[in-house]
Write a protein that binds this ligand. Sequence first.
Ligand SMILES: OC[C@H]1O[C@H](O[C@H]2O[C@H](CO)[C@@H](O)[C@H](O)[C@H]2O)[C@H](O)[C@@H](O)[C@@H]1O
Length: 634
Amino acid sequence: MAHSPTRRLGGSPFPPIAEYAFLSDCETTCLVAPSGNVEWMCVPRPDAPSVFGSILDRSAGGFRFGPERIMIPAGRRYLPGTNVVETTWQTPNGWLIVTDCLVVGRWHRTAARSKTHRRTPMDWDAEHVLLRTARCEHGTVDLSLVCEPNFDYGRKPESWEYEGDGYASGIIRNADTDVTLRLRTDLRLGFDGRRALVRTTLKEGDTAFVALTWRAHEPMLPTTYAQAMAAVDSTTEFWRQWLSRGMFPDHPWRRQLQRSALALKGLTYAPTGALLAAATTSLPETPQGQRNWDYRFSWIRDSTFALWGLYTLGLDYEANDFFSFIADVCEEADDIQVMYRVGGESDLQEQVLGHLSGYDGATPVRIGNDAYKQRQHDVWGTVLDSVYLHTKSRDYLSERLWPVLVQLAESAATHWRDADRGIWEVRGEPRHFTTSKMMCWVALDRGRRLAQMRGDLKTAARWKTVAEEIHADVCARGVDERGVFTQYYGSTSLDASALLLPLLGFLPASDDRVKATVLAIADELTVDGLVLRYRTEETDDGIGGEEGAFLICSFWLVSALVEIGELHRARQLCERLLSMASPLDLFAEEVDPPTGRHLGNFPQAFTHLALITAVMYVIRAEDAEAYARPSPST
Ligand SMILES: OC[C@H]1O[C@H](O[C@H]2O[C@H](CO)[C@@H](O)[C@H](O)[C@H]2O)[C@H](O)[C@@H](O)[C@@H]1O
């Protein structure tokens, strides 16, 4: 390792998943360990091979900037309203503040157009720079910089060389991945093979910066601390300006709502409008387990649900770009895939990286995701629901998108009777999943509403007939003897995705079957009150081992409990879930109920989008209850 090992509970060299900070410029993302080591970064795209991969193997590269010898910071926070992280360090002789961000600046491409951007240019753009600044606040601090990339997921170490005169700039290249990294600092760099190093002592008031870029042409690196601080300021302004467009209640949970919104925005890929499911691959869903997947792609389901979360907060611009992304990927195709790469590419073939030891020994490490080939019948409904939601409030539907939507509704009408792999994309045999059929109903229900809005009454009537047929079928075959909606036709197993029934308006929350289903899930599909997707021992998902409680399902339960009038129970669960957030208010995909440890990829859009909906459900219900309550004077 590039630095002395951190003392950790349990002796693992890997920080707990929840302790990473997440940075983004809406193009590239990275994770910073509490030690100040960047342990995950893939460039130039989030699905490209990593240059810093020590989250998956301690030899796969990292970039530390922090005090010598001290690895546990005194405190860390996001600058409010931003994805800029500030770390405060206490050392034996002084105090240091380090600020980290992926720089966003004003749109600067004037002469030549971008080769990757397909969406309308905004005022801001990623500068493709990871920037780290340091300021000694009190006393003296021995500062250390160790930048040790290892290209291609740790398979291609290269050596640094100086660039230009003096000690301020270095360059390192890998021909196979076609990535060149440049480092610039106002300190003196030295090189030791693949490591770029700085050792210096800062006195009170001293400052320093280091900037790393992967931009091949016209790298935009600061040369002075003042320029570096200007870049931090513009990045801060970008995030705050973006957040200001949202509507956040004046409520104690506003902080969590804003962090979730910022995490979702940070998972967008601005050049195409795609949205990542998470920033990482193969963070395990079971400690040392094999449920390790690559989430650095744009799932149609995860993305449209994320738009729902952002829409709830009044943040709806992202939807325009994502719908254009959908039009891009569907226009030339017969049907929609369940996921795409962020550039819209449709091949996500899965591979195992056998050379990596995995996070805390969890193997295999996978890249790509074979679920892309599956048939998952919720996909049509998730798009149509999302488009309907946004069209309803704007009274505008893109003419480019309509033929795509017709195709999606027709696919639902044609295939709803077929078995599929379901919303959880299980790797077992296809089944007649109840939620998949329900989502086909959503596709035709929202499709007929959209057709009506366009005045196409004939199509609307035809889709309404199919929607009614699906509805009747689900109610007849998706319910068990207890009157509870089950995982698939003919089974008695529970599935947390049935919580979507009231949330998507399939049946009113007052319906006895809905109430029975929500309560059965709350009472029988939980561990310590936290919701499982399904019981792994009952569901053939094609993978061995257990998994943690799924946070999206636990937040869905909060919303569903509100729907069925169980506000007190909903509030309690919501409070408990929020208390399980990471120190920086981020969430992975799952938690281990007994320990509260985060499991799975991080940060995970699913969790943050469901958090937003659940918190807003509780706040709105509490407001309604307060207004309904007679005032003390009456
Ligand atoms: O359960 C096995 C499957 O697990 C992953 O899927 C999960 O993550 C997706 C991305 O967030 C989400 O859309 C899906 O609903 C989840 O079940 C994995 O991606 C699959 O390959 C795997 O079969």
